[in-house]
Design a protein around this ligand. Structure first.
Ligand code: FPP
Length: 243
């Protein structure tokens, strides 16, 4: 592990990452887009390992949005292939590291092999107690909130819930991330400064860091620099006091 200048007692509990820039990295290096996504997956492995090692509670990664289906079929196929490869090649080590995998998004919309692999990974790691590794696949933040609203409407229609009793916790309990801490630090690489429908509810009080590095070039040093920047921020949650 590289030398850390991080305060390990003040780590963000939950880090979200929008891994942006694979396409531009491929173009810059005159490579095919699929090679960019493969290089992005390599960058990812080191970050996951380190997040687990330093004691981050939850790491949420935006792997494939509901809007990504509109990309050229070859690119969608490449991303789906990488997803499968990732779970097949990493699952043993993730288990050894006590990592719990949680899929954020609609698994039913995925091809059968991917659906099976993701479900198996969740089942196999369900009893683990280390890092929560949340992979957003076929995920949209608005769709997640609509899903929660549907579930609340159903509970009201079934007479299990009073409309006046609906509060923030009622919504929270119906998110994919129910029971996890909110996102403290949101990182988006490549210089883009948007949320792009990622964890809209969970990022309500997140600190945003936007490094210009393209995702395949993102190193552990960059990761720690983002955490160090987070640790320099003053978080007040609307009050005058720092938290
Ligand atoms: C954004 O780059 C990245 C994605 C749409 C996919 C991210 C996926 C991976 C890093 C690999 C697969 C994930 C797992 C969990 C195995 P972009 O293509 O939009 O980049 P650009 O904006 O430069 O074109």
């Amino acid at each position: 592990m590289p030398e850390l200048s991080l305060e390990l007692s003040r780590l963000p509990r939950h880090i979200g990452i929008i891994m942006d820039g694979n396409g531009r990295w491929a173009k810059k290096n005159k490579l095919k887009i699929a090679v960019g996504h493969r290089a992005g997956t390599e960058a990812l492995r080191a970050i996951i390992r380190n997040a687990s090692d330093i004691g981050i509670q939850a790491l949420s990664l935006y792997a494939f949005s509901t809007e990504n289906w509109s990309r050229p079929q070859g690119e969608v196929d490449a991303l789906m292939g990488l997803l499968l490869d990732f779970f097949q090649s990493e699952i043993d080590e993730l288990c050894r590291k006590n990592v719990r995998i949680l899929i954020l998004g609609e698994k039913n919309g995925l091809p059968p092999a991917q659906r099976q692999a993701l479900t198996d990974a969740e089942t196999r790691t369900a009893g683990n107690t280390g890092l929560w590794l949340n992979i957003a696949v076929n995920y949209g933040g608005r769709a997640e909130l609509a899903r929660a609203a549907r579930s609340i409407a159903q509970a009201v229609a079934d007479g299990q819930l009073e409309p006046n009793a609906v509060n923030e916790q009622t919504v929270e309990d119906r998110l994919y991330t129910a029971g996890l801490p909110p996102v403290d630090l949101l990182i988006r690489t490549s210089g883009e400064m948007r949320l792009s429908n990622f964890m809209l509810w969970q990022c309500a009080y997140a600190e945003f860091v936007f490094p210009t590095t393209l995702w395949p070039d993102f190193t552990l040093g960059d990761f720690h620099a983002c955490i160090a920047e987070y640790q320099n921020r003053s978080r007040r949650y609307g009050s005058r006091e720092e938290h």
